[in-house]
Design a protein around this ligand. Structure first.
Ligand code: C2O
Ligand code: CU
Length: 480
């Protein structure tokens, strides 16, 4: 008798597991929004919104471009400053790829060519809120560009600031292998005397590098020169930086100026994976060192260009929630939001596409059992992001910047803090808000890209928008 009950119990458990396994398997190809559960955030969707707008039609403007670039994706062996060589995937044979600089208002046209990257390539303009069809996500806004293929991106550069670009095809593997670069939008009028440097921090072959320098680089800068360092963290995990030898200000975060940033010194800057800080100072007579904390990688600026990195004291971390002065914002804690969403990150045992293991969850479900946030154009949207895991997650919403309202229930008391890549630490909870002003189908994911590939990804869709592109094992599109 007992044996029979036992056998039945085992069969029952196996049956439940088998069903869970069967249910978790993804089809060969599917549209990202056909999976998961539509979540309206407590709002309505007007009947007229069920039109049929394709992501592919939400293009950038036509007309003659002000700036034209071509980026060619190809395999290359790159030589770092130390002489080390690395087999990489590159844009134009370099890691990082060429720094693209444009001016505010420019109509930018970039032609992507893929010479020989077998998995395919695309270009996502991280932090630039481009029209949806220009967003460069394979399987969502375009097909991945196969070897021999091309794709043209067009958008108007409206947001002044520091951004970056990277492939969004097999991104967990191929961004790390080198398919990224800096993208800077300069203001219409800028200071011609300014030394303005974009510094992309990343790890290549396990070694820390700033641009292509895996060690200390030196540069001669006359005292009195205004300096702007545009720091990009192209890694998926937080990176810490030090500035030694001068007081400095953090004047912009994620491509948006801060209000009233005060001079600071001996403060460590911790950037989210994918995040950017702009630092300014006036060159003193002594040496200034900018370095990746705890690494022998950095930039030494001195009047004669011969000095090495000065010793840095890694002081307390700068807290953006309390830095700078409050300013006006289009919405805030007392706004009545049209929709309110929760994005709760967890981890539990289960099946991800048939694979058993501990997996990330969003609102309790394992991908693709995750929400799809539905909005309408014009909505004011609030999202609560909660991290119930032991890992930090740099959360990145495409196509929009979010205003950080509060962290762990404490309102932001410094400058308005607009972010596109927000580090959410274990047990942290953020309230953020944005206006839905850029119609399309947008990824919302962890920028620790292996996490995204392990299911920490979902989508925001405007009512009535759908995609003609598909992802899945049998398609060539693998955005993560
Ligand atoms: Cu920088 Cu979805 O990416
Ligand atoms: Cu993550």
């Amino acid at each position: 008798m007992l044996a029979v009950v036992g056998a039945l119990a085992v069969a029952g458990v196996l049956g439940v597991l088998g069903l869970a396994w069967w249910d978790s398997r993804l089809p060969g190809t599917y549209a990202v929004m056909d999976y998961g559960t539509l979540d309206y955030g407590g709002g309505q969707v007007a009947a007229h919104a069920h039109g049929g707008v394709s992501t592919a039609d939400l293009r950038g403007p036509g007309g003659k471009p002000d700036r034209r670039f071509t980026l060619t994706a190809r395999k290359a062996t790159v030589r770092l400053a130390s002489g080390r060589t690395v087999d990489a995937l590159t844009f134009d044979g370099r890691v990082p790829g060429p720094e693209l600089r444009v001016r505010q208002g420019d109509l930018v046209e970039v032609t992507l060519l893929n010479e020989d990257v077998e998995r395919g390539v695309s270009i996502h303009w991280h932090g630039v809120d481009v029209p949806n069809a220009e967003d460069g996500v394979s399987g969502v806004t375009q097909d991945a560009v196969e070897p021999g293929g091309r794709h043209v991106y067009r958008f108007r550069a409206e947001q002044v600031g520091t951004f970056w670009y990277h492939t969004h095809q097999s991104s967990a593997k191929d961004v790390r292998r080198g398919l990224f670069g800096a993208f800077v939008i300069e203001p219409r009028e800028d200071d011609p005397d300014m030394l303005d440097l974009a510094l992309v921090a990343h790890h290549v072959g396990g070694v820390a590098a700033l641009n292509s320098a895996d060690g200390v680089s030196r540069r001669s800068v006359p005292a009195g020169t205004p300096v702007r360092l545009r720091i990009v963290n192209a890694d998926g995990t937080p990176q810490r930086f030090t500035v030694a030898g001068t007081r400095f200000r953090v004047v912009a975060v994620d491509g948006t100026d801060l209000n009233g940033p005060t001079p600071i010194e001996n403060r460590t800057l911790e950037l989210a994976g994918g995040g950017r800080y702009d630092v300014t100072f006036t060159m003193p007579t002594e040496t200034v060192g900018f370095a990746i904390a705890d690494e022998q990688t950095g930039l030494a600026l001195s009047p004669d260009g011969k000095a090495g990195l000065p010793a840095a004291s890694a002081g307390p971390e700068l807290d953006l929630a309390r830095y700078g002065r409050p300013g006006t914002t289009p919405f805030g804690a007392s706004t009545r939001f049209d929709r309110t969403f929760t994005f709760e990150i967890g981890r539990k045992p289960g099946f991800l596409d048939g694979r058993p293991g501990m997996h990330w969850t969003i609102n309790g479900g394992i991908f693709p059992d995750v929400p799809v946030f539905v909005v309408e154009r014009g909505d004011l949207v609030k999202v609560t992001i909660a991290n119930d895991t032991g890992s930090v997650h740099p959360m990145h919403l495409h196509g929009h910047h979010v205003l950080v309202l509060s962290r762990n229930g404490v309102a932001v008391s410094g400058s308005p803090w607009w972010s596109d890549t927000l580090d959410v630490e274990p047990d942290e909870r953020y309230d953020v808000a944005f206006r839905a002003d850029n119609p399309g189908l947008w990824m919302d994911h962890c920028h620790n890209l292996p996490h995204a590939a392990e299911g920490l990804t979902m989508h925001l869709v405007y009512a009535g928008v759908s995609t003609p592109f598909t992802v899945g094992g049998a398609s060539h599109n693998h955005p993560e």
